[in-house]
Design a protein around this ligand. Structure first.
Ligand SMILES: [Zn+2]
Length: 243
């Protein structure tokens, strides 16, 4: 399949997807009313150069970033965070309260040991990243003053403090890793990569209940047409399969 080379994909005025490894790993940027930028996720260790190029594509500089939010503390999302903190000059990152210990130590959350692969991963140091200070702790339901309001939804399972986000004014949902859309096909994240796969499946149901127009993913391209119906269809099918 073709890998997107675009440094940035516009989802709405002031809302941009920043592909950091083709469409396989995405960051997001929200431009606030005062021109400052809120960045969501920092990709792998090498991603910051891509993120900076993405910001430049809509006329922004790392110094414009005033907040960095991480959906969760895995190395494909937090791997570039320490570097981005340095480049932007922010004091640290913003994460859900249950993700704080992992971000502060740079250790990945525990893996689901109910699968053989997960049990194996759990024994080896895997997925660590350079630590960052946490400047703000998030809770379920928080509404951040980001370009018209960014709602925090705690969707634990992939990791204990995993979050999804909904931008209220544009109706854009960012699922985080609760649902993947790799190769434009919705799937669950790999079991072995989750802290509790079962909990991921349960908590993702909320993504079928809220209202939005566009579904955006940290892994894979966005869905612009009938996004909510597509997500609901995926969740319904997954529930019918009993997992
Ligand atoms: Zn991921």
């Amino acid at each position: 399949m073709g890998v997107s080379r675009a440094p940035v994909v516009s989802l709405a005025p002031g809302v941009h997807r920043l592909p950091t490894l083709g469409d396989y790993i995405n960051s997001y940027a929200f431009v606030n009313d005062d021109g400052s930028v809120t960045l969501i996720d920092c990709g792998i260790k090498r991603a910051p150069a891509k993120i900076v190029a993405g910001l430049a594509a809509f006329g922004k500089h790392p110094g414009d970033v005033q907040q960095i939010i991480l959906t969760h503390a895995h190395s494909d999302h937090a791997g570039g965070s320490a570097d981005m903190v340095k480049r932007t000059g922010v004091a640290g990152v913003t994460v859900h309260v249950d993700e704080v210990p992992f971000v502060e130590t740079g250790e990945a959350p525990p893996r689901d040991t109910s699968t053989r692969l997960g049990a194996m991963f759990a024994k080896v140091p895997f997925g660590g990243f350079a630590r960052s200070d946490v400047v703000q702790q998030l809770h379920d339901g928080d509404l951040l003053p980001v370009g018209g309001g960014l709602r925090i939804m705690h969707t634990p399972g992939h990791s204990p403090g995993h979050i999804s986000l909904k931008h209220e004014s544009t109706g854009i949902l960012i699922t985080g890793d609760a649902i993947w859309n790799m190769r434009s096909k919705m799937t669950w994240p790999t079991k072995a990569g989750c802290t509790s796969f079962k909990q991921n499946v349960q908590t993702a149901q909320v993504l079928g209940e809220v209202e939005y127009a566009i579904a955006a993913f940290t892994h894979g391209p966005e869905i612009r047409d009938n996004a909510r119906e597509a997500v609901r269809g995926f969740l319904r099918k997954a529930a019918a399969k009993g997992r």
